[in-house]
Ligand binder design. Structure first.
Ligand SMILES: NC(=O)c1ccc[n+]([C@@H]2O[C@H](COP(=O)([O-])OP(=O)(O)OC[C@H]3O[C@@H](n4cnc5c(N)ncnc54)[C@H](OP(=O)(O)O)[C@@H]3O)[C@@H](O)[C@H]2O)c1
Length: 343
């Protein structure tokens, strides 16, 4: 049963607690400054859904945020986390054609490492039928990002060569699968412990991302790549530009896991004569809603066709979040990791 609460929002009848368990970042000194605590439960603002979180995704952005190096992030203290899937338990005003209370959705919104989260309605996707909340993690931040980078921005064509950095990570794994699906040849980089997994996904060549002569190694497996998915930044950006075909080659920049590359490689953008495009999937959902809807619809088709299988993240109790983030930061994790706020 639904009810209108005192804020004019639709809320699920029944008791929603005033407080919730949450991982709060106390200062920007990294994952160890994340503490499990009780925090006031958020309420849906206009344009938002209130979600009871079933599973929260752990992403490299969380590591960067914990050190204060992720874009215009919040000032501590704040509830950490960017990605969650769960059940709609409240709907703010001004949501056009709202999804019914009880619908399971996946989306991105700050404050995901908690029992409840508010999510802007424009980026929310419904969890595919028969999938658990945890299985749906990755639809937005991993798969939609990889799809946007390859298709509308990267304009990938069958037979082209794509360079995918950090191919053992969440976006990287999705990108390898998708690039192969669209008929591209995939040259991937990853640290050695992840090579077997990346090969299994279908990469044609896998190179050690940590080797100092990566640029030289690339010239031995390709005479120029058509498209680069660049999320590592300082350690690879120059190599990426140099490996890209002049005039026709595209570099899609969507992350800087090793730090910002701007100062060292700015001049290479014009000397290498490549097209560099930026991507932020959360901003895209707001600034280009029609494009975002078309990505979602393409994702649905990929799911129906079995190209995109349900995810199988390794799930941890909420309180283990700091340890999982430390492992992510030191490159010890494999595959997707999730936190379960009910544990
Ligand atoms: N713009 C957007 O919309 C958007 C959306 C999602 C993600 N992102 C960005 O994309 C990147 C990957 O995200 P993700 O969620 O897929 O991360 P993830 O699953 O945590 O994987 C991160 C990968 O980065 C690599 N890595 C970590 N530290 C590194 C370093 N110092 N130098 C080089 N590589 C390093 C690791 O690969 P190896 O150990 O194999 O090298 C790891 O597999 C992040 O920078 C994230 O911020 C951007």
């Amino acid at each position: 049963m639904d009810a209108i609460n005192q804020h004019g929002n639709i809320a699920k009848r029944g008791d929603l607690p005033e407080t919730m368990r949450a991982l709060v970042q106390r200062s920007h000194h990294g994952p160890s400054d994340l503490v499990l605590t009780h925090h006031r439960r958020p309420t849906a603002r206009p344009g938002d859904y209130l979600i009871r979180v079933g599973a929260a995704g752990v992403n490299f952005a969380d590591v960067m945020q914990s050190r204060g190096t992720y874009g215009n992030g919040p000032t501590p203290p704040y509830v950490a986390g960017f990605e969650a899937a769960g059940e709609i338990v409240g709907v703010g005003r001004d949501v056009e054609d709202p999804l019914p209370i009880g619908t399971h959705v996946i989306g991105a919104g700050p404050g995901a490492f908690a029992e409840y989260l508010v999510m802007p309605h424009h980026g929310v996707l419904t969890v595919p039928s028969g999938w658990s909340d945890a299985a749906a993690l990755g639809m937005v931040l991993n798969w939609a990002t990889a799809l946007a980078a390859l298709r509308p921005l990267g304009e990938i064509e069958a037979g082209e060569t794509v360079l995918v950095h950090a191919a053992g990570g969440g976006v990287g794994q999705a990108a390898v699968r998708l690039a192969r699906h669209y008929g591209a040849r995939v040259v991937a980089t990853a640290s050695p412990a992840k090579h077997d997994a990346v090969r299994t996904l279908g990469a044609d060549e896998v190179l050690d991302s940590t080797r100092p002569d990566l640029a030289e190694a690339l010239t031995q497996v390709t005479d120029g790549v058509d498209l680069v998915l660049e999320s590592v930044g300082r350690d690879t950006f120059g190599t990426s530009l140099a490996a890209t075909k002049p005039f026709t080659g595209r570099v899609i920049v969507f992350g800087d896991s090793s730090g910002s590359a701007a100062l060292t490689t700015h001049d290479l953008v014009f000397t290498c004569q490549v097209q560099v495009k930026g991507l932020h999937i959360g901003a895209l959902a707001v600034s280009a809603p029609a494009l975002y809807r078309s990505l979602v619809s393409e994702l649905r088709t990929l799911i129906e066709d079995g190209v995109y299988p349900p995810g199988t993240p390794e799930t941890h109790p909420l309180g283990e979040g700091p340890a999982v983030l430390r492992d992510l930061e030191t490159r010890r994790t494999r595959g997707k990791h999730a936190l379960d706020p009910s544990r």
